[in-house]
Design a protein around this ligand. Structure first.
Ligand SMILES: Cc1cc2nc3c(=O)[nH]c(=O)nc-3n(C[C@H](O)[C@H](O)[C@H](O)COP(=O)(O)OP(=O)(O)OC[C@H]3O[C@@H](n4cnc5c(N)ncnc54)[C@H](O)[C@@H]3O)c2cc1C
Length: 457
């Protein structure tokens, strides 16, 4: 196969080339992209050249930032564009905005915004790719207070299927702007985005860790508490089977523990202290809550930095009761057939409000987001998959039927992708896909297929 090397500044690598494996590797090691060609884009012109080449040769296009989500989208064949070299941040502190290039991680953005006392709407893991996270919705540490990250995008630079580089805003192309914010990688390769920053230099945050013997009491108290807290309070609760490794301190090593993660943007740390009093009253075995610089907010979830093999599933839930808690504890507690992390992220607040400029992010009525995560280092897929399936079936009565795109891994069935959107929005997305990518060049992803005929509501 001839290559677009003469048109590209970065490396262009085929399977037998030195460096191919490093270029396609990402954080998620469970499944890897195996493209015909990988193009290490050094800038928007390289992305244009790669997309044009793929289009000319009838090859599908995949994109990889940090590879945190590659489990569901591992490309077999086609052209994979990697964006790690496209890392840049420009901050306008007066306007409270930042421009972020395609391959930039959130920690690189925060390094530039923190000195100005500003923060992006980043999530639990600072090393996730900022652009992909935002295009997939972006459930932030502070989302109950400010909304989804996708609700705070001002403009996008994107290479569309025709190879054109466009600057897309609400004024220039309201339909494409709507679709890109939530439709993620279905409408083009985003080379940069302009986002709002929020005036948060510090928050009240950390984690409370309880022994599993208190799990029923902690979950019960947490759910009652979460129903009453103001928008300033952001939190999640997780039942975690901790591995038996020296990095985990005693007495938590090798045990099940309950973690309540807190990120309160009330401004006054005293307000956070008062709000968490009912949780502290259950006497956690570890309490790290206190005033925290936003730049250190990654310590709240302490998500793993090193690459790993992960299988996970996700569901949006409504209000939860004691029977829902029993279901989770029965299936994920010490008697579970495989070790899990089962977390409930508290939604509502600003997440439930329509954004100032509408976008495609769906399921705003959900109250909790459930994630079930297992590491392949600790159990095989043949054990993990049925255990996850049992959990999602059992929690079915509390599910809204929706899912959150950013947490979909290994579940690329069309019906599951549809569940990330409101039905009319999904129909609109398929109609726009037929306009902007009729050949479905961008299909190595959680795919929104182009509508085949006129779309009716
Ligand atoms: C430990 C961990 C914690 C997480 N925490 C959160 C969280 O708190 N909130 C949240 O919302 N999500 C969270 N996520 C999910 C994460 O935001 C998504 O998986 C996100 O898509 C990762 O982007 P990436 O670039 O890092 O990964 P990649 O695997 O490189 O990319 C993921 C997808 O995005 C597409 N993509 C990448 N770059 C571009 C681009 N420039 N233009 C168009 N499409 C592109 C790719 O096609 C790919 O399908 C978490 C994931 C992990 C593993």
């Amino acid at each position: 196969m001839n290559r677009p090397a003469d048109r590209v500044t970065g490396p262009v690598l085929a399977p037998r080339d030195k460096g191919y494996d490093e270029e396609r590797a990402g954080w998620q090691t469970a499944r890897r992209h195996r493209p015909d060609l990988v193009v290490g884009a050094a800038g928007p012109a390289d992305v244009q050249a790669a997309v044009t080449y793929a289009q000319e040769h009838g090859l599908p296009v995949g994109v990889q930032g940090t590879g945190h989500a590659s489990a569901a989208v591992a490309a077999e064949g086609g052209v994979l564009i990697t964006t790690a070299r496209m890392s840049a941040v420009r901050v306008d502190a007066d306007a409270r905005t930042a421009w972020v290039a395609a391959g930039t991680r959130w920690d690189q953005v925060i390094d530039r915004t923190a000195p100005a006392g500003l923060a992006p709407l980043s999530g639990s893991a600072p090393r996730v790719g900022a652009v992909s996270y935002t295009l997939g919705g972006g459930l932030a540490l502070l989302s109950r207070s400010f909304g989804y990250a996708a609700d705070h995008v001002r403009g996008l630079d994107v290479v569309t299927a025709d190879g054109r580089l466009r600057h897309v805003t609400q004024d220039s192309d309201p339909d494409l702007f709507w679709a890109l914010r939530g439709g993620r990688d279905n409408f083009g390769v985003v080379t940069g985005m302009e986002i709002d920053l929020v005036p948060v230099a510090t928050l009240f945050g950390g984690v409370l860790i309880f022994p599993v013997e208190k799990a029923a009491e902690v979950f019960g108290t947490y759910l009652q508490w979460a129903a009453t807290v103001p928008e300033a309070m952001n939190s999640s609760i997780a039942l975690i089977s901790l591995p038996d490794v020296p990095a985990i301190p005693e007495p938590m090593r090798g045990r099940h523990t309950v973690h309540v993660r807190i990120a309160c943007a009330a401004g006054d740390p005293g307000a956070g202290e008062r709000l968490v009093a009912p949780l502290r009253a259950i006497s956690p075995m570890l309490d790290t809550l206190g005033e925290l610089a936003y730049a250190d907010a990654g310590s709240i979830y302490n998500d793993p930095v090193a690459p790993g093999a992960v299988e996970s599933g996700t569901a949006m839930l409504g209000e939860l009761d004691a029977a829902a808690v029993r279901t989770i504890l029965d299936l994920a507690g010490p008697h579970a057939p495989v070790p899990h992390i089962v977390e409930l992220r508290h939604l509502g607040g600003r997440l439930a409000h329509p954004p100032a400029v509408a976008n495609a992010v769906g399921n705003r009525d959900a109250r909790y987001l459930l994630n079930v995560i297992s590491r392949l280092e600790r159990a095989g897929l043949t054990q993990i998959r049925p255990a996850h399936a049992r959990m999602f079936e059992a929690i079915g009565p509390w599910s809204t039927g929706g899912r959150f795109l950013n947490f979909m891994n290994g579940e690329n069935a069309a019906a599951q992708v549809r569940s990330a959107y409101n039905p009319t929005d999904h129909r609109r997305l398929t109609a726009l896909k037929a306009v902007h990518d009729p050949a479905n060049l961008f299909r190595l992803n959680h795919n929104i297929p182009p509508a085949r005929g006129p779309v009716r509501d």
